[in-house]
Design a protein around this ligand. Sequence first.
Ligand code: SF4
Ligand code: FE
Length: 475
Amino acid sequence: MNSLRGRHLNVYLMGARVDESVDHPLLRPSINAMAKTYDLALADPELATVISPFTGERINRFLHVATSAEDVVQQNHRQRRLGQLTGACFQRCVGMDALNALYSVTYEIDQKHATPYHARLKHFILQMQRGNFVIGGTMTDVKGDRSKSPSAQADPDMYLHVSRRTTDGVYIRGAKAHQTGCINSHWLVVMPTLRLGPDEADYAIVGALPVDAGGITYVIGRQSCDTRILEGELEAGNAEFSGLEALVIFEDTFIPNDLIFMDGETGFTALLVERFTAFHRRSYVCKSGVGDVLIGAAATVAEYNGVEKASHIRDKLVEMTHLNETIYATGIAASHQSLPTPSGAYLCDQLLANVCKQQVTRITYEMARLAQDLAGGLLVTLPSEADYQNPLIGPQLEKYLKGRDDVPTEHRMRILRLIENLTLGRNAVGYLTESLHGAGSPQAQRIHIQRQMQLEFKQGLAKKLAGIEPDETAP
Ligand code: SF4
Ligand code: FE
């Protein structure tokens, strides 16, 4: 946490510049969530660390390039555990998925164009592993007019691009939206967000830069109910952990040559986006960890209300578990089916990764509905912590908000606030809307699924069994 201090970042939140983000009460929960990725490495090294083939030393798995299917699977195991421990987005997966995608793509660019990117990337990864740094991956451009390609935009800054070149490196301009964990990272890796045409070479830029590089402004996104934490710890629902997203604006920010991993190879941008999104879409196994917290909260509120034995309540918990494990099953299957790329790094199954993410866009909402069903209407009519602490009205609330006799009223309030936090409040940002739009909105996954659905092959199976001769099937 101390390594994030004193960087004098240009950070804005609610109209004011934030001098020290580490000490800001609204931002601290997101730093706590990030810090958990370090804590877990100490508490459970088997799960959260690995011996690096680059340094020969034990490193955090978030900085590891997967060289076996087992490595890819382990990423998911750790993501679920961190989701369970934080009930929030712990923000480190984008950087990990970016490194893993870039490792194979830079290798393939070099093979074709005799460029020096792969060796540079390896050197960068080595430095990151030695320093145990956090990397934020930044891909999503602000995109301007969606009907126009990057080069056709009225304002060229709608997509991040090279604005100037020198013999030492490049300057970049543009803005990246919804950047998870950016100010809680040490380094950023910028990447293009879509397939580019041959005339869009200036947009095909991949490079690394420190979070405190000159010319970067961070505007923090608001999260629903984020100021609750200023009103009281009980009121926050989950006072310790949250995610964080920001708009990151680059105004002629410099990237030196040795930190550039793609510059102008437009033919490889689609491959990079495809591999990154494949990794990132099965990273959404994190939501099954958060789902475990929500199931636990729903079961607890049912218990506090004294209805835990009712068959329809049990059935709803079974349904939540079934849905939650569907996310996990598709994600972990994508990881298990990883195959090696020419660079030696492993890539997960792209069809299953997209199916995982598509499930996440729906299942979390249904889980939230079921949790709210079990919580009851008090979820949204619960009086405030201030009223509960008020000497005049507090005792009345203590009496009337009680569920089961043997459960303190405050415990009932706490579990209701946690369900509110996850389904309507601050961490609903991560659990719901981020599940919908993160790593590409639902349609983006459907396009991938469509590309890989092998309809002809499946029609062939059906026709053969139906006794339809091949020549009869010709159109
Ligand atoms: Fe990781 Fe999940 Fe947060 Fe994405 S949403 S960074 S996969 S914890
Ligand atoms: Fe994401």
